[in-house]
Design a protein around this ligand. Sequence first.
Ligand code: NI
Ligand code: MN
Length: 227
Amino acid sequence: MAKIWYLGHSTLQLEIDGVRIVTDPFISENPKAADVNVSDVEADIILVSHGHGDHVGDLVELAKATDAEVISCFEITTWLENQGHSNVRPMNIGGNYVSNGIRFKMVNAVHSSSFPDGSYAGNPAGFIIEGQNDCIYFAGDTALTYDMKLINEEFDLTGALLPVGDNFTMGPDDALKAAQMCGTDRVVGIHFDTFGFIEIDHEQTEKLFEDAGIELFLPNPGEELEI
Ligand code: NI
Ligand code: MN
């Protein structure tokens, strides 16, 4: 089981085989995560899916404070190096990398990517995080894509972190299809309710997944869970 501390939006602190992995740090500017303190977050590794502000808002500060290894595309790790954080691992889609005994595979995401100032931030991506007994798909921001079937062919997922907020990413219907395509029966919804564009109906979304026999968690910022 992977321990998860949900920090709001697409930010999670996962603990797998004793390694703390933080995804897309965006906390201090998230009005829904006012009770979460960035200084309480612990990270050995930080994964960054793309350069949009709601995914890198606290990246520089958290990377420097924890000296975590930041795994992302070359454009984002270079941007980080230019801001004085050198513990980085550039990757690109399709690549594998093992750090602290955990295998990371960078996979496709159908979205866009630029830095908050509008400059080029490479291509958006997702990650497979494979430990000894856990195998989790962090989808980043993405639309539904048939590429998710490739994940099912290669991995035996124990859970997936999928955007469900619609508008900028998959909504609940496509996220359910994504879960079925990538072959997981456990989903943590991310990228929902943070701002008006991505508010979802919890009851309806929970029923949709329940009817399909897939366990769905829609955590509140600050909530801890295990998948
Ligand atoms: Ni985005
Ligand atoms: Mn986003």
